[in-house]
Design a protein around this ligand. Structure first.
Ligand code: ZN
Length: 109
């Protein structure tokens, strides 16, 4: 997966499209050992995003990333570990700007 980020501005964020969100939901569902919900990709992107967000928040325990202060959801994986995911069903290990420090800073007790 390669992306180009704009060089100007403070944000390097690229909003995922519906297909990307569906892919992520499938990944999260697999990680959590559950089945992915049906997501209507013909719906407006705001609705798709809303469904994804609801799915992630129903699976995980809300928390805040200690490294970057973003809202994350701790999802219990099939091997009994907790993995942080964002509202957009992206692994926060991949998403966190402070991922390097994050890895040492494990799940809150
Ligand atoms: Zn973070």
């Amino acid at each position: 997966m390669s992306r180009t980020f704009p060089k100007t501005g403070s944000s390097t964020y690229t909003a995922p499209d519906a297909d990307e969100l569906v892919r992520r939901v499938a990944q999260v569902a697999a990680v959590a050992g559950t089945s992915a919900p049906f997501i209507n990709t013909d719906a407006p992107i705001e609705l798709v995003r809303c469904q994804v967000s609801r799915f992630v928040s129903s699976l995980g325990r809300p928390g805040t990333c200690r490294a970057c202060d973003r809202t994350i959801f701790w999802i219990r994986t099939t091997n009994g570990k907790n993995a942080p995911y964002t509202r957009e069903a992206l692994s926060h290990f991949a998403d966190c700007p402070a991922a390097a420090t994050f890895r040492r800073d494990k799940t809150p007790q």
